[in-house]
Write a protein that binds this ligand. Sequence first.
Ligand SMILES: [Zn+2]
Ligand SMILES: [Zn+2]
Length: 364
Amino acid sequence: MTEKTLAAVATGTKQTEIKEVALPDIESAAGILKVEIVGVCGTDVSYYNDLKAPMILGHHVVGHIHKIGEAASKRWGVQEGDRIVMEEYIPCGQCELCRTGLYRLCPDTNPKVDGIRYGATPIDIEPSLYGGFSQYMYLHPNAVIHKLPDHVPAVEAALALPLSNGFEWMRIIGGVGPGSIVVIQGPGQQGLACALAAKAAGAETVIMTGRQSSLERLNLALELGADYIVNVSSENLAERVKEITNGKMADLVIDVTSGGTDPVVSSLESAKTGGLVLLGALKGKRFNDFDLDIIYNKSLTIKGVRGHSYKSVQMAVEFISSGKFPLAKMNSHNYPLNETDLALRTAAGEMDPSRLLVTVSPWQ
Ligand SMILES: [Zn+2]
Ligand SMILES: [Zn+2]
C-alpha cells in the first residue's frame, strides 16, 4: 500500500487546502523527512500573498529522518530517526558558486530562474513534497542538512535559519566582535536574530530601531540582549546613535526593514567614517532624491546580504543547542497543520501586529 501524507497546499493567492499526497518511492541518494515543526518566514508570506503556481510553502524545517536511501545515509552521515534542521537550498553542487561556498546563490536553487528550493517549488514538479507545511517532505539528493540534538525544544529549533542569517551577516560578513557598535534596523524575526548573533559574537553596543507600532518587539529586543532601542517614529536615529556612542557612531549598520527607503538613508547617516552598511531586505523601490556623496565622504562600504552559509547554520545550531539564551520568548504562535492558512495570515500581521516567530507543527 502506498503511504500518504497530509499537506497544506497553497492553491492560489491567500488560499490553502489540506490535501493527501502519496509518498514517493525513494532512490538510494534521497530520503523522506517526518516534519516536526516549521517556522513561517517572510518569504512564505510573500508567496502566499502573490502565488504563481500551487505549491507547499514552508522552508524553516525541523524533522526526523523517516526513510533514507543507502547512498544518502552514507553521504549525509544520518540514519532513520535522526533529528535534523534543513536548509531551504537545493543547489547543484557543481557550479562555481557552489564550489566556492556560495551555494545559496546557485541558479539551480533560485526559484526566480526556475530553480527549486524548499517552500518555493510548484507541486507539479515530482515528487511534489518540497514544502514544510506537510507531515512528510522529500529529501532531495542535493538537500543541505544539519544534525540537531534531541534535547532542543522544537520552537527554538525552528529559529535555526533566521539565526543563521544573523550569524552570517553579523559575524561572518559584518566581522562583529568584542567592542563592536552595531545598529540593527527592524525588530522582526530577522532583526532580533541579528541582535542575538551580534551579542553572542561579543558586540559591545547593540542598538535596535523600530517604529511606534513595534514597541512590543523593541522591548523584547532588550530582553534578548540589545543595549538600546530607538523609536524612529519620534527620534532621529543618527542623533541618538551619536549620543549613545559619544560621537563614535556605528561600526556596522544593517537594514532588515521591508518597504521604505528612509532606513537606508538613516543607516548611512548612523555609520562611522569607514563603516559598513548591510542591506538585508528587498525594498521594491527606487531612490529618487538621495545624496550619494555621503558614501564618498564617509568612505562607506555598502553590501547586500542574502541568506546563510553552511558555517553560519552550524553556528546557529550550536547556539540554540547551548540552551543559554531565552529563545522561546521569540515564539508567539504555534498552529496545527489544518490551521496553516491562519499561521500564514498571522505571520503576515493580519491577526496580531506583535507576532514574532509563528510556527506550524504538522502532527499536532
Ligand atoms: Zn526563510
Ligand atoms: Zn551550483
